[in-house]
Design a protein around this ligand. Structure first.
Ligand code: GLN
Length: 226
């Protein structure tokens, strides 16, 4: 079956941007992470196969809109603008945009971002919110990791990005830290084509089962240690 036929067929096609640990990233030749495992668990519950495809973050919603994919699970934040283009499932994770700086930076809280060079991943909520920073000089990158690299090279002053990937990137790059105070609070959900209520309801049912059984928390705990 092709994507789009899958509600009645045996396969679900999921798209994601596998540059977003611990939610989705490459391990050997496989896409792994919290979203990948949740998607597999959902497919299992529905008795369907799952195929996961990797693409740029800002191509995910178009892929769902055109029916190239059945859904996207990509640490994607629910927001009003996106709701005009896709339908979101119930949320499966709380999230936040946080600020990464170099150790010793004079940026110690969100207000200090005024007039600074701020790196973001194109098309993300970090990008959207950073655009509101007074006199902010926003530098856009294809991958969150590229923004973090630019920070280590002093090309920018801070990175605004989701909390869990921020923790991973800081752990892997000496001399960086995540500020305690979050920039925004958000929630992640899976997105389907607008009007695909049949799939939306199936996904919501499976998400509820995974929450109620504790399976969802088990997946999260495997990837996120306090
Ligand atoms: N949560 C952010 C957003 O939805 C970033 C997601 C991502 O980069 N995968 O825009």
């Amino acid at each position: 079956t092709k994507a789009g036929e899958s509600a009645t067929g045996g396969k679900l096609v999921m798209v994601t941007n596998a540059e977003f640990p611990p939610y989705e990233f490459h391990e050997k030749n496989e896409i792994v992470g919290i979203d990948a495992e949740i998607a597999k668990a959902i497919a299992d519950k529905l008795g369907m196969e799952i195929e996961i495809q990797d693409m740029a973050f800002d191509s995910l919603i178009p892929a769902v809109q055109t029916g190239k994919a059945d859904f996207t699970a990509a640490g994607m934040t629910i927001n009003e603008d996106r709701k005009k283009n896709v339908d979101f499932t119930d949320t499966y994770a709380k999230a936040a945009q946080v600020i990464i700086v170099k150790e010793g930076s004079d940026i110690v809280e969100p207000d200090n971002l005024e007039g600074k060079k701020i790196g973001v991943q194109t098309g993300t909520t970090g990008d959207i919110y950073a655009a509101d920073i007074k006199d902010g000089d926003i530098k856009r990158y294809n991958k969150g990791m590229d923004a973090v690299m630019a920070l280590t090279q002093d090309k920018i002053d801070a990175v605004v990005i989701d909390r869990e990937p921020a923790k991973v990137f800081v752990k892997n790059n000496a001399g960086l830290k995540v500020l305690d105070k979050a920039f925004t609070e958000e929630e992640y959900a899976i997105a389907v084509k607008k009007g695909n209520t049949e799939l939306l309801e199936k996904l919501n049912g499976a998400i509820k089962d995974l929450k109620d059984s504790g399976e969802l928390q088990k997946i999260v705990d495997k990837y996120i240690t306090a």
